[in-house]
Design a protein around this ligand. Structure first.
Ligand SMILES: CC[C@H](C(=O)O)C(=O)SCCNC(=O)CCNC(=O)[C@H](O)C(C)(C)COP(=O)(O)OP(=O)(O)OC[C@H]1O[C@@H](n2cnc3c(N)ncnc32)[C@H](O)[C@@H]1OP(=O)(O)O
Length: 254
């Protein structure tokens, strides 16, 4: 199974379960994310959603290049990008607190998924970055829009995007992208410690506070801004520079 969903006392954990591909996102994982988001919208017994990756090497390595490299045109790219973009918008606007438990590398779309969550807890050995630029594209699932909403200083957010390189955990904490750095291999304890006090507060309070943020996003046309970001990435996707960069990655791995 490309993903796992566990529900322990209202704490729903979604694990991307593709270690052999460093937890890259394919259409099956997208369907799993839709499943867990739908469950939360249809049940009122969920207090937190946690997203993490299998193993200790990677949280998520972004889009599955071996699956998506066949997408050639802007239109073909937009089909995949908007499918995941809608899923990430639904994740970002869930009424329950969402936690990215970053157990390893969170790069490209993986960094976008983490940025779409309310909280980011990162392992001391992990790195995260919007490496899309190295493939001659931009963030394509809405992650750039969410990054500018996370309260980082503008210069730090813009540099993180344009650097297009993985930052280490301490740097991610210092610039305000990660809320906590935990000792490698202690992710379960780190999560338990993080939610200990929040878990004592009635879920209706969690949801009321999230609604304050969600109301602001609706008033500021967040959805439209995400869709513009996706269209921009789709346009860059059909460039020769992008297709060559992806081919180089895949050939390097042969
Ligand atoms: C809008 C989002 C956008 C999109 O595509 O839609 C993106 O996400 S663009 C960014 C796409 N992702 C990447 O470019 C990351 C590529 N992967 C890496 O940089 C590294 O694999 C890393 C840093 C995640 C982990 O490095 P490590 O040395 O630990 O592992 P390997 O590189 O040896 O990889 C192991 C194994 O996994 C395969 N792999 C890794 N990432 C992907 C991926 N994104 N898609 C497909 N396959 C991936 C890699 O090919 C190796 O396979 P193997 O068969 O063992 O050679």
């Amino acid at each position: 199974m490309d993903y796992l969903i566990q529900n322990e006392d209202g704490i729903l954990t979604f694990t991307i379960n593709r270690e052999e591909k460093r937890n890259a996102i394919n259409y099956a994982v997208m369907d799993g994310l839709k499943e867990v988001i739908t469950y939360i919208k249809e049940h009122n017994d969920v207090r937190f959603l946690v997203i993490t990756g299998a193993g200790e090497k990677s949280f998520c390595s972004g889009g599955d290049l071996s699956e998506f490299h066949s997408l050639e045109t802007e239109e073909e790219a937009f089909g995949m990008l908007s499918k995941m973009g809608h899923i990430l918008y639904d994740l970002a606007t869930l009424p329950v607190p969402t936690i990215a438990l970053i157990n390893g590398a969170a790069v490209g779309g993986g960094c976008e998924i983490a940025t779409a969550c309310d909280f980011r807890l990162i392992s001391s050995h992990a790195k995260a970055g919007f490496i899309q630029g190295t493939l001659a594209i931009t963030s394509g699932w809405g992650g750039g829009t969410y990054l500018f909403e996370r309260g980082l200083r503008h210069d730090r957010a813009l540099k993180m995007l344009i650097d297009a390189k993985p930052y280490d955990a301490q740097t991610l904490y210092e610039i305000g992208w990660a809320m906590r750095v935990y000792i490698e291999g202690t992710k379960e304890q780190a999560l338990a410690d993080f939610i200990e006090h929040m878990a004592k507060i009635h879920p209706s309070v969690h949801q009321a506070y999230k609604e304050i943020e969600l109301r602001k996003w609706r008033e500021r046309n967040m959805y439209e801004r995400v869709m513009e970001e996706i269209k921009l990435c789709a346009k860059l996707w059909e460039s020769e520079a992008h297709h060559t960069a992806v081919q180089n990655f895949l050939e390097k791995k042969k």
